[in-house]
Design a binder for this molecule. Structure first.
Ligand code: PMP
Length: 412
């Protein structure tokens, strides 16, 4: 009676649920290793904070910005991406444009809204970022999921994608570096993906590149449109300041793509949130993005170290089947299915028909070890959990030891 069926059918954020439990435990005095975060535990570059401070003095920082963001900032983001990815937003047939949104989440949501008709299919590569299926569903689209495996470092087979393309396919979302797997697809994969996309001219490619700068093992991520430049014409490239600038709370993201789609996105933005935060946009205009070049070096050192510890703990202690090499973003996806303790859940699966126990396992891990993880089912990967590698090395090492003890348990 009170809420719409659309809202009833939407899933609530799993991270919120886990955080509630973490807070409860922390309040009761228990030490919690909180490995649920999707952000870094420090402030952005001091020069950027300085520009925010300066912009506080101007009336325009407090007034509406244009719906799609300040023109100059849109151009600045386009040139930044051109330089970083070594591409040109220039074509004889179409014009390109950029829209600045309240976070890249809004850019993704509006991009899907601008292209999906009810019943259109959108291909998602598992594991995927939690919000993609919910967004597709909200716009009346249908998701098609492509399976992957830990032993392939969660990289989908191009043939699998090919098999799932149909006349109803409107778009495919790719997210490299990937949240939650912490890997990026190889150059070879991107080349093959480009060749496949070339054969299917009516499909949009939404490329979520929010973690493109966060890669701690070479080679750095490359993208399909760098191998076949014609594909940029139907790419909706989404990025933002949340991860690269360490500013998740400032809510600025952007999308670059064909002008017609960007205009559609502008219509949605105009009738929902209006333009993004003026103060932060103005500070971004003043900020020299090249100062970010070395900003991530200490973080990358830490992530590399965490990746080494993960390898030592899992690979060298009989849990090699749930180990793979992470290379980018901040995460590791732990697949529980082939671990001895999972036998108990396999029996439960057979009895109940229920296919996923990630929430139960994550809750049990938190109770018994104090390590907080995010259940993996919401990322399209049942019986798994996402682990963030953003806590300091000493607690990370302790948490890994506790996880190792838990996961090495023999069935009762
Ligand atoms: N895409 C991915 C893959 C993400 O991990 C996130 C946030 N965690 C977003 C998009 C949304 O980011 P924001 O809205 O903060 O830019």
């Amino acid at each position: 009676m009170f809420v719409s069926s659309r809202v009833k059918n939407a899933n609530t954020s799993v991270t919120l649920k886990v955080n509630e439990q973490v807070n409860k435990l922390a309040m009761s005095g228990k030490h919690v290793y909180n490995m649920t975060a999707g952000q870094l535990p420090f402030k952005p570059a001091p020069e950027f904070i300085h520009h925010i401070n300066q912009q506080l003095n101007f009336l325009k920082s407090y007034q509406y910005s244009p719906i799609s963001g300040f023109e100059k900032l849109r151009r600045k983001f386009m040139s930044y991406v051109e330089k970083k990815r070594n591409i040109q937003f220039q074509d004889d047939e179409i014009e390109f444009d950029c829209i600045v949104s309240n976070g890249s989440k809004q850019s993704l949501y509006n991009a899907l809204g601008a292209i999906i008709n009810p019943g259109d299919e959108v291909i998602l590569l598992t594991p995927f970022w939690v919000s993609y299926p919910e967004m597709v569903k909200f716009w009346g689209g249908v998701t098609i999921e492509i399976e992957t495996h830990a032993f392939d470092a969660y990289t989908p087979a191009i043939d699998e994608i090919k098999k799932h393309i149909s006349s109803r396919t409107k778009a495919i979302i790719i997210n490299s570096p990937n949240n939650p797997a912490g890997i990026h697809y190889t150059d070879q994969w991107m080349k093959e993906f480009a060749a496949l996309m070339k054969e299917h001219e009516d499909i949009f490619i939404i490329s979520d590149e929010l973690y493109s700068e966060i890669c701690y093992f070479d080679p750095a991520p490359k993208y399909f449109y760098q191998f076949d430049k014609s594909l940029i014409k139907r790419t909706l490239l989404v990025d933002g300041i949340s991860k690269t600038f360490a500013c998740t709370g400032l809510r600025i993201g952007f999308c670059i793509g064909p002008k017609k789609v960007i205009e559609g996105m502008e219509k949605i933005q105009a009738q929902t949130t209006s333009g993004p935060n003026s103060l932060i946009q103005r500070a971004l205009l003043d900020f020299d993005f090249s100062l970010l070049e070395n900003f991530y070096d200490p973080v990358k050192d830490q992530l590399r170290e965490c990746a080494h510890i993960t390898r030592e703990v899992f690979r060298d202690h009989g849990l090699s089947h749930c180990w793979y090499q992470t290379t980018s973003a901040f995460y590791y996806l732990l697949n529980f299915e082939r671990l001895p303790f999972f036998q108990k859940y396999e029996e439960l699966m057979q009895e109940s028909g229920k296919q996923d126990f990630s929430e139960e396992i994550v809750r049990d891990i938190l109770d018994k070890t104090g390590v907080a993880l995010v259940p993996g089912a919401a990322f399209g990967f049942p019986n798994s959990a996402r682990m963030s590698m953003t806590i300091e090395i000493a607690p990370f090492t302790e948490a890994m030891q506790r996880l190792l003890d838990y996961m090495s348990q023999k069935p009762d």
